[in-house]
Design a protein around this ligand. Structure first.
Ligand SMILES: Nc1ncnc2c1ncn2[C@@H]1O[C@H](COP(=O)(O)OP(=O)(O)OP(=O)(O)O)[C@@H](O)[C@H]1O
Ligand SMILES: [Mg+2]
Length: 258
């Protein structure tokens, strides 16, 4: 079930290094939010703070609050593993289990949980592959290894795997950057479909992509190397790309840097 995310005054550190400062934003359910901005400004870092993947790095920590439908995911007693199940992630490079079958790739997480019959798992695999717009291409080869698919198919397989566990939120970090233009368009179409059921946050270097797929866009920037990145502004995507409030945003989207 799609849920909303609310970040309040989030500061993110790698050891002593203050990577991102003071991010406050809200992500409404059933919508797509895009993060754009120059390299190193902290987009991936913020994304990883949204499902507690950030703290997997030794010494890394998050201050401030990240709430999922009002519940702080960093609250006392909250299990980070459970958070990562409810807030799924798709990475830049497709990372299927290469030798595992296509079907098992999709339901790997659910199999680990146990308690479901083969028939149930097969149904979930089919529905997830349909949800990821991959079913027609793989339905006759479900027992073949995931590593045998094209890059774009592998990325859709990873999306199928992410949605198989029915997360509340889907995080995507440059999911198309390793893909050709046709596969990229397939993923963009898919994102448009997925937002009917999921809350989506996507990091992209591609401003046209942000403009095409997202409802709201957040622009992050970095004043100088070694300084923390920050959220300059976040607004309706149309507004950000036509009439942003901040000069830094305008310079960035019109290709004038610094
Ligand atoms: N594991 C890490 N340990 C220490 N510093 C890190 C680590 N990962 C990222 N950083 C630093 O945090 C800052 C933000 O990095 P991040 O990867 O979030 O940027 P980004 O906006 O996603 O960049 P890109 O567009 O290149 O992917 C950078 O200064 C980066 O060097
Ligand atoms: Mg990044």
């Amino acid at each position: 079930m799609a849920k909303r995310l609310d970040l309040d005054n989030v500061n993110i550190y790698y050891g002593k290094f203050h990577a991102v400062s003071n991010v406050t934003l809200s992500v409404p359910p059933r919508s797509v939010t895009a993060f754009i901005g120059p390299s190193g400004c902290g987009k991936s870092t913020v994304l990883r703070s949204l499902n507690r993947m950030h703290e997997v790095t030794p010494g890394a920590r998050v201050e401030g609050s990240v709430k999922l439908d009002g519940e702080d995911i960093y609250g006392a007693g909250v299990d980070p593993v459970g958070v990562r199940r409810t807030i799924g992630m798709v990475f830049q490079r497709p990372n299927p289990f290469p030798t595992m079958s296509i079907r098992d790739n999709v339901v790997a997480g659910l199999k680990l949980q146990g308690g479901r019959s083969k028939k149930e798992l097969d149904e979930i695999a089919e529905n997830s592959l349909k949800g990821a717009n991959l079913w027609n291409e793989v339905k006759d080869r479900l027992d073949k290894p995931g590593g045998g698919l094209s890059g774009g198919q592998q990325q859709r397989l990873c999306i199928a795997r992410a949605i198989a566990v029915q997360p509340d939120v889907l995080l995507m970090d440059e999911p198309c950057s390793a893909l050709d233009p046709i596969s990229t368009l397939a993923i963009e179409d898919l994102i448009g479909e997925l937002k009917k059921d999921f809350t989506i946050v996507i990091v992209t270097h591609n401003m046209q992509q942000a403009a095409r797929v997202s409802d709201q866009t957040g622009f992050f920037n970095l004043e100088a190397t070694g300084k923390p990145g920050n959220l300059i502004e976040i607004d309706d995507t149309e507004k950000i790309f036509s009439n942003p409030s901040k000069k830094a945003t305008e310079d960035y989207i019109s290709g004038r840097f610094g």
